[in-house]
Ligand binder design. Structure first.
Ligand code: KIV
Length: 312
């Protein structure tokens, strides 16, 4: 627990990078790593969501969240894969670059996909650099402890801030026995704790706790210096994250117990598209106000021109 997180700035945003406190409404200064440290110290919860495209980035910006993660959950929420495992670096870069173009204030974190950082430090640094150079990320996230600790240290040493992720780590869910909560026995909880402490020691600036008992979070958060962002980890974290498509009710797949639905956007989308199809079929769309007009004399001239073309 001795090492402090490295405050490295990837510098992909045009605005002044000074720290700020309080929420991040439109016009606020960009959220930096220092902002998050400050938030933890002040006991002000950090709000983080995922986003996968330009419109959802604009929504995150306007809603004033602090951190936006282009999560590899994109594999399931927007790309239709059955898990997060198949998504490629190229797919993630395209989505992340679109989010970057829509964000000014929140810190942008790109999720390194499965298979893009585990093989070697060189592979990890090369992939992380692509997320910064090609997609404009402020930071990257990787999953697990174990060998990921060394990978995180290598990326941090290359000047790229790293967010860690322990507990339920979906990229390796099969090895964990499926999509189930982790750390429910003292021994397993100790493994999660050791991973978290090692990742902090590697220089990670923040860590996600996913699907672990609240009791473990309660014991661990005071032992960590870096901000802890929870998802299914109870209320004692320094912030919370949810997947955008879960919280807005867009994703129609399985929702974990920790998901709270704040809207039913999918129902609205289906309703809107159904109404469009119905109006097309009953010729109520388009109405005159949806069309363009030609001046009567131009229309007459065109008629003559067409008649001449036809008889030529
Ligand atoms: O991919 C993702 O959306 C995530 C969050 C659940 C933290 O990793």
């Amino acid at each position: 627990m001795s090492a402090r997180p490295r405050i490295a700035a990837a510098g992909n945003r045009s605005k002044d990078s000074a720290s700020m406190s309080g929420a991040s409404p439109a016009g606020a200064r960009p959220v930096t790593l220092s902002t998050l440290v400050e938030r933890k110290a002040l006991g002000e919860p950090i709000a983080m969501i995922t986003a996968y495209d330009h419109p959802s980035a604009r929504v995150a910006e306007e809603a004033g969240v602090d951190v936006v993660l282009v999560g590899d959950s994109a594999a399931m929420t927007v790309l239709g894969y059955p898990s997060t495992v198949p998504v490629s670096v190229e797919e993630m870069l395209m989505l992340t670059a679109a989010v970057r173009r829509g964000l000014e204030t929140p810190l942008l974190v790109g999720d390194l996909p499965f298979g893009s950082y585990e093989v070697s430090d060189e592979q990890a640094v090369t992939t992380a650099q692509r997320f910064v150079k090609e997609a404009g990320c402020d930071a990257v996230k990787l999953e697990r402890g174990g060998s990921s600790v060394q990978r995180a240290a290598a990326i941090v040493a290359a000047g790229i801030p790293v967010m860690a992720h322990v507990g339920l780590t979906p990229q390796t869910a099969t090895a964990l026995g499926g999509y189930r909560s982790q750390g429910r026995t003292a021994e397993r909880a100790l493994e999660v704790a050791r991973d978290a402490i090692a990742l902090q020691g590697a220089g990670c600036f923040a860590i996600v706790f996913e699907a672990i008992p609240s009791e473990l979070t309660d014991l661990l958060v005071p032992r960590l210096e870096i901000p802890v962002i929870g998802i299914g980890a109870g209320p004692a974290t320094d912030g919370q994250v949810l997947v955008l498509h879960d919280l807005l009710g867009i994703y129609d797949g399985h929702a974990a117990r920790f998901v709270k639905r704040y809207a039913d956007v999918r129902d609205q989308m289906v309703g809107g598209v159904r109404a469009f199809a119905e109006e097309v079929r009953t010729r109520r769309y388009p109405a005159p106000e949806h069309g363009y007009e030609m001046a009567p004399d131009e229309r007459e001239r065109l008629r003559e021109l067409l008649d001449r073309t036809a008889s030529a």
